[in-house]
Design a protein around this ligand. Structure first.
Ligand SMILES: [Zn+2]
Length: 363
């Protein structure tokens, strides 16, 4: 498995880079894996599936249900390239993979689909072609496990550290009972966590497990299929999420390894700390403004511009913000600024960023 980390640079999937990953970007990879069209989106973009392996354990994997969550898709292709090169690893499995469930959202770089519906709140109604397709495939394929792949926002931390990866075995009912199926998914996540702690200690979290039957992960767990939620997070200034991508691909492969070796590590799952909404992109500390000393928290809004994503700072909070941590912290206590504009919440903060010499990111 360590060879996955060493061969990263040579994987064919490395040609797909940057935060903007849409249906066109992945065409060469879809072709190389012999993907077939399984359905269409709201505006008739094709949705594809890749079939790999013919072993006894069936796993259904999907990514980019949220169109702007591309790290997961890149990491998934990294893992698939590794499996293609290492067929022995694949022997126990039959995988059905939908790399981009929401191609309209991916093209527009939005979370929702073309009808502005969050597919992950559509499990019961299945009002959208994309969510209906996933549920239909689920019933037809009848998987032993589901892997539900996402990116999370930059706001999540874990015990004061940035949260690079988070996981969840979703609840199957309101009281969040630990059913045998949930327990299985928990055991797999425990195995992943055990491996990750060697490499990225204290940067892995567990998502909140409040039951929501409209979320597809909860819905599939309720149907009796162990389901793992994977979330790619933000660490430091890695806005391209390259480091996250590496450990995300590693985690997908570790999940398969756990299942093939039957090495579930349930107690470790329960020790994973829950994620906290403790981070902002930039924290400006001790700014003298209108004769007070304040902190200003900035968040980046991600805006599609041609073939790249620009990260535009907006003011999220002002005041004494001791409970927040910045992916970047700037103490300006010994600086004096002359403000032309009034600083207000949710205003575009590009001018403020310019004043402070902040980097603008594009990926
Ligand atoms: Zn998501």
């Amino acid at each position: 498995m360590n060879d996955f980390l060493e061969t990263q640079a040579f994987l064919a999937s490395r040609d797909v880079d940057g935060r903007y990953v849409n249906g066109k970007t992945i065409v060469p990879l879809l072709n190389s894996f012999g993907a077939i069209k399984i359905g269409e989106s709201v505006v008739k973009r094709s949705i594809h599936a890749i079939d790999m392996g013919n072993g006894p354990i069936k796993i259904l994997i999907w990514s980019q249900m949220h169109g702007n969550e591309s790290t997961a898709t890149k990491a998934l292709f990294d893992a698939l390239c590794y499996l293609q090169e290492n067929p022995l690893f694949l022997t126990p499995f039959t995988l059905k993979i939908i790399p981009m469930l929401n191609p309209d959202g991916a093209a527009a770089y939005t979370r929702a689909n073309a009808n502005s519906i969050d597919l992950n709140r559509d499990a019961i109604n299945q009002s959208q072609p994309e969510s209906k397709l996933l549920v239909d495939i689920f019933h037809a394929f009848n998987p032993d496990y589901c892997f539900n792949l996402h990116d999370q926002r930059t706001i999540f931390g874990v015990n004061g550290n940035p949260c690079m990866l988070s996981f969840l075995s979703p609840a199957a009912d309101e009281p969040k009972n630990i059913t045998p199926h949930r327990e299985k998914a928990m055991g797999v996540i425990g195995y992943i966590q055990n491996a990750l702690q060697e490499h990225i200690p204290n940067q892995v979290g567990r998502y909140d497990d409040t039951f929501n039957p409209n979320c597809l992960g909860d819905f599939f767990t309720q149907q009796g299929t162990p389901t793992l939620l994977f979330e790619a997070g933000q660490v430091g200034q890695d806005y391209a999420r390259k480091e996250t991508r590496k450990w995300y691909g590693f985690s997908i492969l570790k999940a398969l390894q756990c299942i093939s070796l039957n090495l579930y590590m349930l107690p470790i799952y329960h020790k994973i700390p829950e994620v906290e909404k403790s981070f902002v992109d930039v924290l400006i500390q001790n700014l003298t403004y209108q004769e007070n000393q304040i902190d200003i928290a900035l968040r980046y809004v991600e805006v599609l511009d041609g073939n790249q994503i620009n990260f535009i700072p907006v003011i999220h909070k002002m005041g004494k913000l001791d409970s927040l941590i910045g992916h970047r912290n700037i103490d300006v206590s010994n600086k004096t600024f002359h403000f032309v504009n009034t600083i207000s919440i949710e205003s575009n903060a590009v001018w403020l960023a310019d004043l402070l010499n902040l980097t603008h990111y594009s990926h």
